[in-house]
Design a protein around this ligand. Structure first.
Ligand code: SF4
Ligand code: SF4
Length: 323
């Protein structure tokens, strides 16, 4: 059982202003779309919609110089992120961070990811209802993963503490909170209508003909993997200078949906067909990762469906597969 607190609704913006005075505050803001951005004025925060992009880019950066060569020696330009507080993060995106932590911290921990992630504090905002018609987080085994979690209860917020870091942070800003002996229940976490994926184990449907309409509609554009909070494919490139002998080694996001991604030395392409690439994404999200790590990689945010140019809905597609 973890402690819960409450916060009067009128205290939220003063609390966020106080955070912004001490930390970099990052929260959903409406620009052309709703997206996570650094914010100094809490009045600009928009909690009405799921942000179009997840938090991924703040920790696993799209473009990262991991090695520099000045003509004589190599250096690793490791730059630590400032102390950042992320506010308004939905349960799916919090679990997206958890899964990326698993990927980048297992075995030899990735120092570039750690440098961005270490000094971050995650404050969740729990959905009372699904923010998108494509959410299906209720079909996946998501965990309580946050430093603090806010539940909107009208005149007040219920605030759940999820870590020692969250408890220390709350203590620092204790004037905004009231202690309570309430314990967050499964009912508090329940979101209506988000258990949409009815097939919980997809290992038996790899050869099902039901994939064909989805594969035929796929453009192999990679929008789905770019928008996904958990996808982590990347490529390494050498970028030599045209002026002198210096060069940089760069890590950039890539996608298993791109044919070039599986091309190896000698020109062999491991997943030549679009069908293989499409199924690989879904099976990695819902089967292979779980086999290795005990949890689905997918967190059910639905962004890959919302952002797909041909609106491929793999959840409905899998549900409708005939045995
Ligand atoms: S966004 Fe849609 S069309 Fe593009 S690669 Fe993903 S599934 Fe295929
Ligand atoms: S696979 Fe799709 S639904 Fe699952 S986490 Fe990625 S973007 Fe969200």
């Amino acid at each position: 059982m973890t402690a819960a607190y409450s916060m009067n609704r009128a205290n939220l913006n003063p609390f966020l202003s106080a955070i912004a005075g001490d930390f970099e505050l990052i929260a959903p803001v409406r620009t052309d779309i709703v997206r996570f951005e650094a914010v100094s004025d809490p009045a600009k925060i928009c909690l009405d919609e799921q942000p179009f992009f997840p938090l991924k880019e703040f920790f696993f950066r799209k473009h990262e110089v991991i090695l520099k060569f000045d003509g004589k020696r190599f250096t690793a330009p490791l730059k630590k992120a400032p102390k950042r507080v992320f506010f308004g993060v939905r349960r799916c995106d919090l679990n997206g961070v958890l899964h990326q932590d698993m990927v980048f911290s297992s075995g030899v921990a990735d120092p570039y990811y750690a440098a961005q992630r270490e000094d971050s504090l995650l404050i969740g905002f729990h959905c009372n209802e699904a923010p998108s018609e494509h959410c299906f987080c209720g079909s996946l085994d998501l965990k309580d993963f946050h430093d603090l979690m806010f539940f909107d209860r009208g005149e007040a917020y219920l605030v759940q503490v999820g870590s020692g870091k969250g408890a220390a942070f709350l203590k620092k800003f204790k004037k905004f909170f009231t202690a309570s002996d309430y314990a967050v229940t499964d009912e508090d976490r329940f979101i209506e209508g988000v258990d949409k994926l009815k097939v919980k184990d997809i290992s038996g449907v790899y050869d099902n003909p039901g994939w064909k309409p989805m594969v035929d509609a796929c453009l192999s554009c990679g929008a789905c993997t770019t928008l996904c909070p958990t996808c982590y494919c990347f490529e390494l490139r050498e970028v030599p200078s045209l002026q002198d002998e210096s060069s940089e080694r760069v890590r950039e996001w890539s996608s298993c949906q791109l044919k070039e991604f599986t091309k190896v030395s000698g020109g062999f392409v491991y997943r030549e067909s679009r069908e293989d690439r499409f199924k690989h994404r879904i099976f990695h999200q819902l089967d292979y990762f779980k086999e290795k790590n005990g949890v689905n990689l997918c967190v059910g945010c639905g962004r890959c469906i919302t952002g797909c140019p041909t609106r491929i809905d793999f959840v409905t597609g899998i549900n409708e597969m005939k045995a």
